[in-house]
Write a protein that binds this ligand. Structure first.
Ligand code: ATP
Ligand code: MG
Length: 479
């Protein structure tokens, strides 16, 4: 499960940075659009409004004969001239038109001497204008020919090619208005995006809070933000995770409690039913034989002991859970202590021909424990080995002195406990085979009590076992 405990305090991506970023982007876009508009307007203005005279007077204008004249008149670049619907004529020294290109408004093959000189004089004075066209002349002295470039005159050019309907003032008015409209549009988009960046995370957070409110604790907030919203997301997800964990724990403990109560009532029901049945039998049959009377009374006694054991064990187990439970700790020599515990069981072991071996160091190992409770814990392990196994098994009890702790092991080579119960066997009322145990009378609380005692001492107990492989209980106690 993902942990949300880190709130990314280090990450200093803030909401203010987000706002600044959006602002800078919007400003840049506006500036770019301004540039495009500015140059676009200029370009349009030049192409639409630039008078043809201006085109001619531009430096190296390709509309001026002098600039384009070549020794071979066929190489003359007339492209610009054709674009503005102009044409050229090449005239030799006899005033014959020897070459034309473009679409002449006035076609002729020859000029008279007068006509031609008039043309030259006019062209030299200025760019000569007549109604329909303007022209300029250049002379190639090397090859002895003149080049005349004819261009439609301004009025003609404007009316025949393109006469803008909008005046210059209006043109710029429209351009500025358009720019302002785009400016306002961008401002609106900027505001929308910025508010989306703020409202989206809030909506997502609201969705999470609502889900939690409805009881769906598995809900998590998915936000990519690294800013304060990101921190809020982590805090929220961390909280949801914690609530979910606590709820699972609560459900688990309630389930354990329910199961415990069921187990207790089940384990009490059988012996109590038996006591009641046999007591009833004795009350209703006063003439019962002495032999049967003793038999029934034995059963009643056996079952009442069972009930008593169960209640005593339960009481003990719940005692450990109470807040005012305290261990009566003493510093004792664990080796000596263990020898005394084992001594009590030697007769029962001999009775069952158990081959016992004790590996207990001769030197003293001092640890701090509550002797009464540890006695109970270890006794339960030894009793189990004797009780649940047949005759002639081997039982080893050992003590190992380690740095900071002591290992106690109780190991037998009997019927063992199935591997899958290695952990659960320490839970109350868990038994390998209840039919087998009802005979031997165990309550199924012994190992639970042992484990609780060891854990109260800050130690731990583990089982290494398998079916028919024997059991090895290893206890670790801190010194
Ligand atoms: P109580 O100890 O309260 O009299 P119990 O002995 O049934 O009851 P535990 O001591 O918790 O309860 O043992 C649980 C079960 O584990 C036993 O019922 C038994 O089936 C199994 N068990 C415990 N120790 C051994 C062992 N050494 N060999 C085989 N089975 C064992
Ligand atoms: Mg037991």
């Amino acid at each position: 499960m993902k942990k949300y405990n880190k709130y990314n305090i280090k990450n200093n991506k803030k909401i203010s940075n987000l706002l600044l970023r959006n602002y800078v982007i919007a400003t840049l876009i506006m500036f770019l659009i301004f540039l495009v508009f500015f140059f676009g307007t200029m370009a349009m203005w030049i192409t639409v409004y630039m008078p043809i005279n201006n085109l001619i007077s531009a430096e190296n204008s390709k509309l001026v004969a002098e600039n384009i004249i070549k020794d071979d008149y066929r190489d003359i670049d007339v492209s610009e001239i054709l674009k503005v619907k102009g044409w050229i004529e090449v005239v030799d020294t006899d005033f014959n038109v020897i070459y034309t290109s473009g679409n002449p408004k006035e076609k002729r093959n020859k000029y008279t001497k007068d006509e031609f000189y008039k043309k030259i004089i006019n062209a030299n004075n200025d760019i000569f204008t007549n109604d329909k066209y303007i022209y300029n002349i250049a002379y190639n002295s090397k090859k002895d020919f003149n080049l005349i470039v004819y261009l439609p005159n301004d009025n003609y050019f404007n009316s025949s090619i393109k006469k803008p309907k909008v005046g210059v003032r209006n043109f710029f008015g429209i351009a500025i208005t358009l720019y302002l409209i785009i400016f306002i549009l961008i401002m609106i988009i900027y505001t929308k995006i910025t508010s989306r960046n703020l409202t989206m995370p809030l909506k997502e957070l609201m969705r999470g809070v609502k889900s939690i409110h409805k009881g769906d604790y598995s809900t998590r907030i998915q936000l990519k933000s690294q800013n304060e919203f990101g921190q809020l997301r982590d805090a929220f997800n961390g909280m949801a995770e914690k609530i979910e964990e606590e709820r699972e724990l609560k459900e688990k403990s309630e389930e354990t409690k329910r199961r415990l109560i069921m187990d207790i009532s089940h384990d009490l029901k059988n012996p109590l039913a038996s006591i009641r049945g046999y007591a009833d039998l004795l009350v209703k049959n006063p003439d019962i034989s002495k032999e049967n009377e003793i038999k029934y009374l034995n059963i009643i006694e056996h079952n009442s002991i069972r009930v008593n054991d169960l209640i005593t064990d339960l009481f003990e187990l719940s005692k450990f859970e109470s807040i005012d439970f305290n261990l009566a700790l003493k510093r004792i020599d664990i080796c000596e202590f263990l020898r005394e515990v084992i001594a009590d069981y030697i007769p029962s072991m001999d009775e069952k021909n158990i081959e016992y071996n004790f590996y207990i160091p001769n030197n003293s190992i001092y640890i701090t424990i509550d002797p009464k409770h540890i006695h109970r814990a270890i006794s339960n392990l030894i009793t189990n080995s004797i009780k649940y196994n047949g005759e002639g098994i081997k039982l080893n009890i050992s003590v190992e002195d380690l740095e900071g702790c002591v290992l106690l092991a109780v190991e037998d080579n009997g019927i063992g406990i199935p591997k899958e119960l290695e952990l659960d066997i320490f839970n109350p009322f868990v038994r390998v085979d209840s039919s087998r145990n009802s005979k031997s009378g165990g309550t199924g609380l012994g190992l639970a009590i042992t484990k609780t005692i060891i854990e109260k001492h800050g130690g731990k107990i583990v089982l290494e076992s398998d079916k028919n492989q024997g059991c090895k209980f290893i206890i670790t106690l801190n010194k």
